[in-house]
Ligand binder design. Structure first.
Ligand code: PNS
Length: 159
């Protein structure tokens, strides 16, 4: 049986932290579908097409990783794609409230769907897309925090 995991998120933009979690997931999943959410509550910095393109640049070489987009409920998308695992990162205790609610709601909607929480590498624990956006917007160096293609894309956005 092929173990398919879905790694959902906004990926606005993909960071070294996301990259780390995908690599860790491949230790127990045969395939990882990185699923970019199309309906976000807030206006993203990067368009859906840009976010997908950057993810493809980062993971393009690895045929075990697929980049897709989804609309509506994650549980419905997981069912459609025959996935039984959802990957989410836990960086700090403060993430846990929201993440456990989401995991329980997804289980309510799709009982066979198991959420797996992964802890990123220590040096990436403080990292988030929103912090990366903020630092890049204010002219800070994000080269250690994001893949080179994302660094370039951020420079284009913020001049
Ligand atoms: O990167 P993010 O912003 O933490 O990702 C959150 C995301 C997109 C994974 C989450 O909001 C989601 O799954 N949205 C899809 C809608 C859905 O299924 N909502 C109910 C889950 S409890």
């Amino acid at each position: 049986m092929t173990r398919i995991a879905i790694y959902p998120g906004s990926f606005d933009p993909v960071t070294r932290g996301h990259e780390d979690l995908v690599r860790r997931s491949l230790a127990f999943a045969d395939r990882v579908i990185v699923a970019v959410a199309t309906n976000l509550s807030k206006e993203p910095l990067f368009t859906l097409e840009e976010r997908v393109k950057l993810l493809r640049t980062v993971f393009g070489e690895d045929e075990r990783v697929e980049i897709d987009r989804f609309e509506g409920l994650l549980a419905d998308f997981a069912r459609e794609r025959d996935a039984r695992l959802v990957i989410r990162g836990l960086r700090a205790v403060s993430d846990f409230d929201y993440e456990s609610q989401m995991a329980l709601m997804n289980r309510q909607l799709y009982p066979e769907l198991e959420t797996v929480f992964l802890v990123p590498a220590l040096h990436l624990t403080y990292l988030s897309s929103s912090l990366v956006r903020e630092v890049a917007r204010l002219g800070g160096d994000v080269s250690d925090l994001v893949p080179p293609a994302v660094e370039k894309a951020l420079k284009r956005k913020f001049g």
